[in-house]
Write a protein that binds this ligand. Structure first.
Ligand code: BTN
Length: 244
């Protein structure tokens, strides 16, 4: 897929802009903003988006769009591309299910995919990526969960445009593989970045569950196999937290 970047100084949210202009934007357009005034996170959370040299962008995905049951995998495909980018810079990333990318156990990148639906038919999606590249310690402290930035981990400032180019290259390759073979085509990468979580005791939270269990496996379709006290279940969405 050819990815073309459109740059903006400030948007409320790159996801919102891409969704509002979805039908006039071509497949593969990347909406990039230096700063966002109302960055959105998963499950109604905010994404703090100051102008400190971070990356906030959304990719418009419409042609050869995956099957409905694979839509949840889009952010997971992108999380692999982010992890590969971090590795290129010498970092050791892991992916916290379903798609948070962590370094040193702290969140460095969040992904939010939103489907665009017309008359009950999926037209495509907007894939939003927020990557902390040069965030200051002061700003990181205002985030309500342990967070870090590439620059903090590497003890130097990075060029966000260079990071973006590398990330988009990795994404193109991963997404092409996903389109051709499905999420199973990225199985080895998925296992590599998630395996450190196997056996960990976690709290699972989604619309219908709030309980603890230990992670048995990361399934090939991106879902989670958990051993709860009363049964073994497959979890399709939500968040996991280390149970202390
Ligand atoms: C999360 O909660 O982890 C997902 C965060 C996603 C943030 C990105 S920043 C670019 C894009 N625009 C938004 O408003 N959100 C996503």
């Amino acid at each position: 897929m050819k990815l073309t970047v459109r740059r903006f100084e400030c948007l409320d949210s790159t996801n919102l802009y891409a969704r509002e202009n979805f039908y006039s934007l071509s497949n593969g357009v990347v909406i990039l903003a230096r700063t966002q005034s109302a960055g959105k996170g998963r499950r109604g959370r905010k994404w703090i988006s100051p102008d400190e040299g971070n990356l906030y962008f959304s990719i418009v995905l419409k042609d050869d769009f995956p099957h409905t049951e694979q839509v949840n995998n889009i952010t997971q495909v992108a999380s692999i591309a982010v992890a590969q980018t971090l590795e290129f810079y010498g970092l050791f990333p892991s992916i916290k299910w379903p798609n948070d990318v962590l370094v040193s156990g702290k969140k460095v990148c969040g992904l939010l995919s939103e489907s665009v639906i017309y008359r009950n038919q999926i037209q495509g999606a907007v894939l939003g990526i927020g990557l902390n590249v040069n965030m200051s310690l002061k700003t990181l402290k205002t985030i309500d969960q342990p967070a870090t930035a590439m620059g903090i981990e590497l003890k130097k400032n990075l060029d966000p445009e260079e990071v973006l180019a590398i990330l988009l290259n990795h994404f193109s390759v991963c997404y092409a593989c996903f389109q051709k073979k499905g999420f199973i085509g990225l199985k080895d990468h998925w296992i590599k970045y998630t395996k450190e979580w196997i056996g960990k005791k976690v709290r699972v939270e989604n619309e219908s569950i709030k309980k603890t269990g230990s992670i048995l496996a990361f399934n090939e379709n991106g879902t989670l196999k958990i051993n709860f006290d009363d049964n073994v279940s497959t979890v399709y969405d939500g968040d996991i937290y280390i149970d202390k």
